[in-house]
Design a protein around this ligand. Structure first.
Ligand SMILES: C[S@@+](CC[C@H](N)C(=O)[O-])C[C@H]1O[C@@H](n2cnc3c(N)ncnc32)[C@H](O)[C@@H]1O
Length: 392
């Protein structure tokens, strides 16, 4: 026991030998492994022995990255806040010029640039000059990422006491207020002061997904697509550009549908794109589409409302119809922390919804009345996976 009366870390991490005997082989192996990994003697030996040294160093680095993740995120935030990547977009710049642009002393600018270089956001190229780094350049091409990073300020405030969040004690304001429909008993009454912030963010980040979804599932044989919870129409605008024969319908809260109407007029697709305002839980979806889409909608909702949305989508589709469900999912191989850690806690802070596995979503789609569900691979499953649900 620690002086404070709490179990010492090693006591938490390992099982006693007598407890081991009651367990199966797999659990006994895990207990042995954890006993070894938690032992300072083993850690010293593994980091010195040539065959285990690379693994030990990798593990130490992974653990340090977990501890330091917030600091890395704040350095990224500072770069975006200072518009550093835009300032380097036309080519390398001298440190003293950057410092003057950023309103920082050279010492402070150098600290930021060195930190950003260590994260591959920028790259020193000698003679006190810096260029965009690999990750900074990638970020520059994706305005949506910068907007996501900016709005993370609210998330970090909400996550200040994660145990309190888990107990259901959510701070006022923050993400719950930002995603106003998550907290509202009457989301249909929300005006644009409450819906424009998140709607613009969704539109800015839609480009990260729409191409992958449309590449994965060609809409050549479809006549009319209904995008449910379609925001201000960014996804449908991408659909319109890809499939000129398709009729398009969008359903969202009235104040969001109005923003979609404005986009359709601006982008001259109004004749074939209509926006309908309403509340998914009270108003019927428009009929006439032979294909529906739910992009980043279901994970925002707890199980009962999520099932209600899937049932509404099923009712709106005719025989032969299909529903495309695209969102990041829990348990995505190679992207496990994005689903369960990032979205798990993001949605907790927002106050509604959870990330689900493809299997959970498949079962819900079946329960909602779809006859068959299959997953279609997407190019970047960490950003979005795609389930296609069929009506016989
Ligand atoms: C996370 S956003 C996704 C927007 C868009 N599909 C995208 O991927 O960019 C969820 C959308 O669902 C809409 N929504 C939430 N609750 C709703 C409700 N009860 N009725 C209608 N729309 C709703 C929101 O207004 C928002 O546009």
């Amino acid at each position: 026991m620690s002086p404070a009366g709490r179990p010492a870390p090693a006591e938490v991490a390992v099982l006693t030998p007598s407890a081991d005997r009651r367990l199966g082989l797999g659990a006994r192996w895990l207990a042995l492994r954890n006993r070894l990994l938690a032992s300072p003697g083993f850690q010293r030996w593994a980091s010195a022995f040539p065959l285990t040294r690379p693994i030990a160093r990798r593990r130490a680095r992974e653990l340090f990255d977990l501890c330091a993740g917030f600091v890395y995120s704040q350095i990224l935030y500072a770069c975006i806040d200072a518009r550093l990547f835009e300032r380097l977009a036309d080519g390398p710049r001298r440190l003293d010029h950057l410092a003057a642009d950023l309103g920082l002393t050279e010492a402070a600018a150098s600290r930021l640039l060195k930190a950003a270089a260590s994260l591959r956001l920028v790259e020193p190229i000698g003679q006190g000059r810096y260029a965009l780094g690999e990750l900074g350049a990638a970020l520059l091409g994706n305005g949506g990422i910068s907007e996501m990073v900016r709005h993370h300020r609210m998330l970090y405030r909400d996550l200040d006491d994660p145990m309190a969040l888990l107990r259901g004690e959510r701070p006022q304001g923050g993400l719950g207020a930002y995603w106003a429909y998550a907290e509202s008993a009457r989301p249909g009454d929300l005006d644009q002061t409450h819906t424009t912030g998140y709607t613009d963010l969704m539109a800015a980040s839609q480009g990260l997904l729409s191409g992958d979804l449309l590449d994965a599932y060609p809409l050549r044989d479809r006549r009319c697509l209904l995008d449910i919870g379609g925001g201000n129409g960014a996804f449908l605008a991408a659909v319109a550009a890809r499939w000129p024969h398709l009729q398009l319908k969008l359903f969202d809260l009235p104040s969001v549908a109005e923003q979609a109407r404005q986009r359709f007029a601006r982008e001259a697709i109004a004749p074939r794109a209509q926006a309908f305002g309403g509340d998914l839980f009270h108003d019927p979806l428009p009929e006439g589409a032979d294909c529906g889409s739910l992009v980043r909608v279901i994970h925002d909702h707890d199980d009962d409302p999520a099932l209600a949305i899937l049932k509404a989508a099923r009712r709106a589709l005719p025989s032969g119809g299909v529903l495309l469900l695209g969102e990041p999912m829990s348990g995505t191989p190679g992207a496990e922390p994005i689903g369960d850690a990032y979205f798990g806690f993001y949605l907790l802070a927002m106050g509604s919804g959870r990330p689900r596995t493809a299997e959970e979503l498949t079962a819900m789609l079946r329960e909602a009345g779809f006859d068959r569900v299959r997953e279609v691979p997407t190019r970047r499953p960490l950003l979005t996976r795609l389930l296609v649900a069929y009506v016989n």
